[in-house]
Ligand binder design. Sequence first.
Ligand code: GTP
Ligand code: MG
Length: 331
Amino acid sequence: MPANLTPQYLEADRKFREAKTTQEKMKALEEMMATIPKHKGTEKMRAMIKTKMAKLKEAAQSKPALARHGPSFHVEKSGAGQVVVIGPPNSGKSRLIAALTGAQPEVGDYPYTTRSPAPYMMKFENIKVQLVDTPPIAPEEVETDLAELIKTADGVLLVLDLADQETPSTLENILSRLKEKRVEMAAENLAQPPEAGRFVKKTLIVANKCDGPQAEENLAFLKEYFGQGYSFSPVSALRGDGLDDLRKKIFLLLDIIRAYSKVPGKKADHNDPFSLKRGTTVIDLARAVHKDFFEKFKYARIWRKGSLSFQGQMINRDFVLEDEDIVELHI
Ligand SMILES: Nc1nc2c(ncn2[C@@H]2O[C@H](COP(=O)(O)OP(=O)(O)OP(=O)(O)O)[C@@H](O)[C@H]2O)c(=O)[nH]1
Ligand SMILES: [Mg+2]
């Protein structure tokens, strides 16, 4: 059912997004509540506003101490790319990582199980991607250390809990908490790099626990409310639904290609690809293979899966490679 929101409501909603203090936020929420049309189509939105009001009150009354971590959140990158797995408490981040990697991070049916970041390797076809498990994002703020980890990552998985009715407001809160740390989530990389100090991170929103009774409805609401700009992937870390699809999406999130270097007269080794940024040219591959190939490069030959025109064709240094290209370098 369409929500048919009034201009007054939308204005109050804008005020809420722009509000800096708890008082301003509360005032805007009260206005939202007063101006939202009251019918079945806005039931969830009204529940969300109420939840936000309750959370603000709670936060104003008691500011719980945040879990403190070690001196640094820095995690050395390894594999074809680093993907940081973030989300609210108890959404299933660690369980999802366990399901994707076969490793055994600590999983608990209580919040704040994970205390510090830890790297795990996920196999995708012939490459490995590093997944970093992280402590949960508390409602009050995104810790600076976590924000720094996100800023340098190659991609982000934001894991949400479809069994939790409050997930839409949790998501909204996380997005604005991240913004306070100048981190923005986006489904795609920007065409131009963002201005200095602003970090736009390619993010996949993983809607976990799709095995629950309310999951489908909750996912539909999330998609409707947050609509464009974000991409949602429903999975169940518990049952395994959607995990193969998710592995592939994680690979695509990284914007990398795999290229194989081969020696004349021999076959390419498909177990040992070079993982390179999308947009990489032949000369970049030559550099990655060996500096001699880079310095003495003459030309290359290419074989491309499913292409009739690239089956041993000669190409020059500026030729842009695609995933799974086989290249024979000549010096
Ligand atoms: N039903 C269901 N339960 C799940 C799923 N994934 C995780 N859980 C359960 O949710 C609880 C939390 O899982 P964790 O993986 O520890 O969650 P987390 O996000 O790492 O939690 P923190 O480290 O505290 O932030 C555990 O009881 C899991 O078994 C799922 O897909 N379906
Ligand atoms: Mg955890």
